[in-house]
Design a protein around this ligand. Structure first.
Ligand SMILES: CSCCC(=O)C(=O)COP(=O)(O)O
Ligand SMILES: [Mg+2]
Length: 231
């Protein structure tokens, strides 16, 4: 089937899970208390803190909200409010050059090649759109934001729900069957395939030392590098 557009996940796909778990999450965990203290009354921050407070049964203390958020970081919850706040916190880390975002060289190379060949590239990650832009803008391979035609986060819906992929296809104006989605998570690929997209399972051997095979692949073609995508 021809491919007309590429949609990619970030963590575990273009970039290592360990960078997110060992650098980004601890940074956000440490920086959250001071960030909420300094910016908690700004409308775009308050909005998310209030959402957490209401969801937790009406907490009225910011320190408690911070503890809830830190617990969610420890559990790797893909909650839209947490992801929005994490993006704001990481901004300071990237800007002060505390770290750059990990990007596999094969991913950066393929994204450039695909873009040069005329394929529009889109990103769909649980990280907020702002966090995705920071990530691609401060990657090990330099600023890659100009390669990306559009960014999608969980405001489109959960990554394991077929409806989210249908919404993304509609938003970019391309038939689902012409879109190739790359991810390390089989359940995300199942949802994308249910919406009609083509899929590739990315097994980064640093992240997945036990390569998925047989039944664990759910019939998705498996690659270990973007160089083998065959686009
Ligand atoms: C791009 S922001 C940092 C990663 C992150 O917070 C996250 O939850 C990534 O999830 P993904 O959907 O890219 O696997
Ligand atoms: Mg992933």
């Amino acid at each position: 089937m021809p491919v007309r557009a590429i949609l990619t996940d970030i963590e575990g796909t273009t970039s290592s899970i360990s960078f997110v778990k060992d650098v980004l999450f601890p940074y956000a965990r440490r920086a959250l208390p001071a960030f909420v203290h300094e910016h908690g009354q700004e409308a775009d921050v308050r909005r998310w803190l209030d959402e957490v407070a209401v969801e937790q049964g009406g907490i009225c203390n910011d320190d408690t909200i911070v503890e809830v958020l830190q617990g969610w970081i420890d559990q790797d919850r893909k909650h839209t409010a947490l992801k929005a706040l994490q993006g704001m916190v990481w901004s300071a880390g990237y800007e002060s050059a505390d770290f750059t975002a990990h990007m596999y060289p094969d991913a950066a190379h393929a994204l450039r090649e695909w873009r040069d060949a005329g394929y529009p590239i889109y990103v769909y990650s649980s990280g907020s759109v702002a966090a995705q832009k920071l990530f691609f803008g401060h990657s090990d391979a330099g600023d890659l934001t100009s390669l990306v035609s559009g960014w999608f986060d969980t405001e489109m819906g959960g990554k394991r729900e077929a409806a989210s992929y249908a919404r993304i296809a509609e938003s970019i104006g391309t038939a689902p069957g012409d879109i190739l989605f790359l991810s390390d998570v089989v359940e995300e690929l199942d949802a994308a395939r249910q919406a009609g997209m083509q899929t590739l399972l990315v097994d980064r051997i640093n992240d997945y030392p036990q390569p998925r095979s047989g039944d664990a692949m759910h019939g998705h073609r498996r690659i270990e590098s973007f160089a083998s995508a065959g686009v």
